[in-house]
Design a protein around this ligand. Sequence first.
Ligand code: PLP
Length: 395
Amino acid sequence: MSQTNWHEVEATLYLTTFRRIPLTIVRGEGMRVWDDHGKEYLDFVGGWAVNALGHCHPVLVEAIERQARTLIHTSNQFYTIPQLELAALLVNNSCMDRVFFANSGVESAEGAVKLARRYGKLHLDGAYEVITVGDSFHGRTLAMTAATAQQKYQELYSPLPPGFVNVEWNDVQAIRDATGPNTCAVMLEPLQGEAGVRIPAADYLPQVRQWCDEKGILLILDEVQTGIGRTGTLFAYEQANIEPDILVLAKGLASGVPIGAFLARERASVFQPGDHGSTFGGNPLACAAAYAVVNYIVENNIPAHVARVGARFLDKLNGLVQELPMASAARGRGLLLALVLERDIAQDVTLECLNHGLLVNRVRPNAIRFMPPLIATDEDIDEAINILRTILASA
Ligand SMILES: *Cc1c(COP(=O)(O)O)cnc(C)c1O
């Protein structure tokens, strides 16, 4: 029990950026978290698709404890073993050849763009422009705000760094039309998370891949949200039958320990010593945590579990759409799903879910997003569906 009203403390101390949900989480275990009054919640937000193994998974806790007692940080002047073990694990389980570790999604996406610009300088006559698409999300630095094609983020911070061209989503011709002598890369999410979980047409990614090949420009896939098993394969690009030149990862990579990465095919691996760097990126503690997580996910074939329970979850959400006038559509893949509502009541539904002990994410005014830990069971999903049915039936 806590006597402190943390919501009031936050209101006086923290920069007012987050639209907080009135809940102070103090503890987590598996699929559950507890608030400062001891109330239990089923977590279908998963720290925004971060807590891949749920809360405080013993495999992760043990890896952090062991590494914390051994070596937490050095600097990238020196070789460290957890960094290279994680690099090998990611390279061996993807189509990529090399890796760079950062600390967050945005920093990894921006690093990927820097690599593409280096490629442009070396191989494309100095081309530097990156094409991105509508309602994308690549993070919050100034450069990635320019990449993130959403006016609500961009208009607050203009002028934004140049070098990004925003075109329509799910429109290959728009990418072709925007490609010019300055274009060095196209950057896309294989499936848009922040936009409300949107899946492009089946031939979109293959056609974009083909266009990039024709023009000799790079394809960067931002799998910060979709990577590490979230959509039912280790990486979402596998389901599109394409291979990117540069792959961006973060969120689920260490199940809650901050880390990001971008990986590149050999031909795009053009950095020279000194071209890019990071103080914390790839440090032993974060890498040992990520290694334990990715290794667990690969060894236990968690992506296959995600595909199975995710398909069943989507079926059940479609059942709600059939049953309830307030539910109008369900979409997504694996355990990255959304339920679209008839009206803009996603915020009210989210707060009502909270009362019923379920955490969900209002991703759009009329859409709820579900990103539970990848270890979610059929029983967890049934529990969430039942709560949603109760709430939406009387909404
Ligand atoms: C969350 C997200 C980011 C930004 O990651 P941060 O760790 O918040 O910087 C970038 N790209 C995608 C696709 C994301 O979902």
